[in-house]
Design a binder for this molecule. Structure first.
Ligand code: KG4
Ligand code: ZN
Length: 366
């Protein structure tokens, strides 16, 4: 296995993402001054393969990754004008995620690294989300990160590459999952987030007073199961539902969920300020698929204005799962002299902050 390039030199990294239901490949350059440039970014969603089952089926996901990954990597290399021999390293997601998909991406990444005679990097998918703003805005830590996707809902204090403190996590459902389940309950299509947001736009958010779970609590954790149950109960009372009822349920659910998120982020800001000191920069970064939600953006805009923070949200295509973020995390790690062995294993569970105590409740996400 070859070594990392000398510290500070520019690097070009191929990234591979296959941890869930998106297969992706990308090439990213990190210049000597630390700024980044995306040379290509190819993503293929598997949603059509899973639609029939109403959710991601791990076996189908792994097979779909196998069938298209080689072609996506070729496309990413061609579009970037890069040959294998131009690469400084190959990076692949090693976890957390579905083990079948992780193995497909890692085996492919290791084979390419070996063929090119370059280092291999096993990337934590959450770290990649956490560092994406370095690529899109050249924003450097420290900052507070709100990661809200279908699989994760976390608040992380990002102090530097490899330095993460988890301030909060969900004790039950992820936020995107709560949107998806609410959509399913109300007979809307999947993915549920955009469907609920569309219906909510025509609804009355004040009609139902749903709970704001964990609001005011000292820890910056999240919970969405009780809110989901409250929506279900109300919907059952109203059956048969009119389109107006569905729109009002969606709008009331969405505003309650985002109020709860804003309350939890506000608490995390206080914890982060206590950890970093009063003079530290006040920056909130949002990543994950739910970052596309306009009500969330509006709610966080109000919060950051009130607290004197700046808000940073990467473009939608880099908030959802992609390989540019994997390549970028690889480039950041490589620059610091980190490389992984070809014996690196897939890690279905891989918390960014291994020291964080378990949150209360069962089913806590990593
Ligand atoms: O990050 P992502 O693309 O994939 C992973 O979960 O890894 O996030 C997908 C999640 C889904 O649960 C989807 O319903 C949610 O993000 N989502 C939204 C919106 N767009 C996507 N949730 C609320 N509002 C949206 N506009
Ligand atoms: Zn993700």
């Amino acid at each position: 296995m070859s070594d990392a390039p000398p510290p500070g030199s520019p690097v070009v990294v191929l990234g591979i993402e296959s941890s869930c239901d998106e297969t992706a490949a990308a090439v990213v350059e990190r210049r000597a001054d630390g700024s980044g440039r995306m040379l290509s970014n190819v993503v293929r969603s598997q949603w059509d393969e899973h639609r029939l089952f109403g959710g991601v089926v791990p076996e189908i996901a792994a097979r779909a990754h196998v069938s298209c990954l080689d072609a996506l990597i070729s496309q990413a290399l061609t579009e970037s004008g890069t040959r294998l021999s131009d690469l400084s390293a190959v990076a692949a997601t090693a976890g957390p995620g579905l083990v079948g998909g992780l193995v497909v991406g890692m085996v492919t990444g290791k084979a390419l690294a070996m063929a090119a005679g370059r280092p291999f990097l096993a990337i934590n998918h959450l770290e990649a989300h956490a560092l994406t703003v370095g690529l899109t805005e050249d924003l450097r830590p420290p900052y507070l990160l709100l990661l809200v996707s279908g699989g994760h809902t976390q608040l992380l204090l990002v102090r530097g590459v490899g330095q993460y403190e988890r301030l909060g996590t969900t004790i039950d459902d992820a936020l995107g999952e709560a949107f998806d389940k609410t959509a399913k309950l109300l007979g809307l299509g999947q993915p549920g987030g955009p469907a609920v947001e569309r219906m909510a736009a025509g609804g009355n958010a004040a009609r139902f007073d749903f709970p704001r779970p964990l609001a005011g609590r000292a820890e910056a954790h999240f919970s969405f199961a009780g809110l989901k149950t409250a929506v279900r109960r109300r919907a059952m009372e109203l059956v048969p539902l009119t389109d107006g009822d569905i729109a009002d349920l969606c709008a009331s659910f969405q505003v309650a969920a985002m109020d709860a998120v804003a309350d939890r982020v506000g608490r995390a800001m206080e914890i982060a300020e206590a950890r970093l000191g009063p003079d530290s920069p006040r920056r909130l970064v949002v990543a994950g698929g739910v970052a596309a939600n306009k009500t969330l953006r509006a709610r966080l805009d109000r919060l950051v204005t009130l607290r004197g923070y700046s808000l940073h949200v990467p473009p939608a295509g880099l908030c959802t799962d992609n390989a540019a973020m994997i390549a970028w995390a690889g480039a950041e790690r490589l620059t610091l002299g980190h490389v992984d062995d070809l014996s690196a294993a897939a890690r279905p569970r891989w918390p960014l902050d291994a020291t964080a105590p378990a949150a209360i409740g069962a089913g806590v996400k990593a």
